[in-house]
Design a binder for this molecule. Sequence first.
Ligand SMILES: [Zn+2]
Ligand SMILES: [Zn+2]
Length: 138
Amino acid sequence: MPAIVVSTRKTYGGYYQPRLHRIVVSWQAHREHGIEETLNTFRHEVAHIVHPHHRADFWALAYALGVTRRYASTPLVKRPARPPKYHYTCPVCSKQILRHRRLKLSSCASCDPRFNLKFVLRLIPRETTEPESCAPGK
Ligand SMILES: [Zn+2]
Ligand SMILES: [Zn+2]
């Protein structure tokens, strides 16, 4: 008997880990698409115990096990957008610029459309040092 694990990671669908002899199905997919989706994925992964590939003999076995659809459903819920990490401000007009990535030396485009040292954006340190979210899978 393989171990059967329900993963709360954001990974969708399921997978079989031969080394651990373990089938992993997605809690997220179950929540969004219900038991039929989970069973479909589960049967698909059971077939992978025998066939590691997706060739015809894999599908023959998968369908014999009751797989009804070839592909996992797609997630309904998109990941929420991350808030930008880096807050910059213009020393002159105090315009705020939010970025996901650290900027290289940049100047305020509102004050001067071309690069201008007078308007070099300053990184505002975050007042609160929120811990990085500890979502699994990182
Ligand atoms: Zn597969
Ligand atoms: Zn400015």
